[in-house]
Design a protein around this ligand. Structure first.
Ligand SMILES: [Mn+2]
Length: 313
């Protein structure tokens, strides 16, 4: 693995930098990507962000100040992308040509020329912040907003166990540069579209418990998604619902996809590892938040998940 100073050196020597996010981009992958893009542009370099899937409307503001520019790809960086499959529509074209992988997922399986993985970082945004110091770049308000968004969203607004003293110290510095931090948190954690709430109403009806109430499972189907009139990019955030329930150690969210698979998001409490659980199904992630994909119909996938959950608990 490369050192942070090596990463800084690579980026300082690069130009025409294409920055890749993961599929169904969240606040951390987008915030990290746009912050890095702005940092490189502040040095007079060409850089651009290539997302997979359309980011949700609430992330629009992260693009502020990133105008389209002429571009000829020379150096490819992935940020917050834990595995090649998470590159989504960009996987085929990019998985073998990534020059630099920057991430905080301990299970990272991206094959890049150079990698910098810090599993202790609560968000990739923390790494981007450290990188700005290493590269000698003073953060602008836009850069700070992007990084703050990444850190805040990946820590559940500084509530999850991945939050460290260091996370708060970085956030404190960012707050001084971006007075809008509270607006960001409201947008990220409070505001919901009417469509999203309509879907949540249906999702609550799917809730079922197993393993003596230690496991809770919810699901969404394509039919429910259509009835609520909700687009794919607005689907995130549901996964936190089952874990909020008293006594639940493993919260599972199943989401039906167009291709006959279910996207599974797992959140855990206490000593239970969501990542170990998802590894059983070929997925991965963090201890308290992980994911995997399973092919099959609703009932059979649910059965597999519940039996694995009760075995583990
Ligand atoms: Mn992240």
């Amino acid at each position: 693995m490369a050192s942070l100073s090596k990463v800084a050196e690579l980026l300082l020597g690069a130009d025409n930098v294409e920055i890749l996010t993961h599929h169904y981009p969240d606040g951390d992958t987008l915030g990290s990507a746009y912050a890095l893009c702005l940092m490189l542009r502040s040095l007079g370099k060409r850089a651009r962000v290539l997302t997979s899937g359309t980011p949700a409307r609430k992330y629009e503001f992260l693009k502020k100040g990133v105008e389209p520019q002429e571009f000829e790809r020379k150096f490819v960086v992935s940020v917050d992308v834990a595995a090649p499959s998470l590159l989504g529509e960009n996987q085929q074209e990019y998985e073998d040509i990534i020059d630099l992988c920057i991430d905080h997922h301990g299970t990272n399986s991206i094959c890049a020329k150079q990698s910098y993985i810090d599993a202790n970082a609560a968000a990739t945004g923390e790494i981007i912040y450290e990188l700005s110091k290493e590269m000698g770049i003073g953060l602008t308000r836009e850069m700070a907003s992007c990084i703050y968004t990444g850190i805040s969203t990946d820590t559940g607004c500084f509530r999850y166990s991945n939050t460290t003293a260091c996370t708060h110290l970085i956030a404190a510095e960012l707050m001084a540069v971006t007075p809008d931090w509270h607006v960001i948190n409201t947008e990220m954690f409070e505001v919901k579209t009417k469509e999203k709430l309509a879907l949540e109403k249906m999702v609550y009806k799917t809730l079922e418990y197993s393993c003596d109430g230690k496991c809770a499972l919810i699901y969404t189907t394509l039919e429910m998604q259509e009835a609520a009139g909700i687009t794919d990019d607005e689907m995130e955030g549901l996964a936190s619902i089952p874990r909020q329930i008293e006594g639940v150690l493993l919260g599972i969210t199943m989401r039906e996809k167009e291709d006959g698979t279910f996207k599974i998001s797992v959140r855990s409490n206490k000593d239970v590892s969501a990542s170990d659980f998802c590894l059983r199904f070929g997925g991965g992630g963090h201890k308290a938040a992980a994911g995997c994909t399973i092919k099959g119909d609703l009932e059979s996938v649910k059965k597999q998940l519940l039996s694995a959950a009760c075995e583990m608990l």
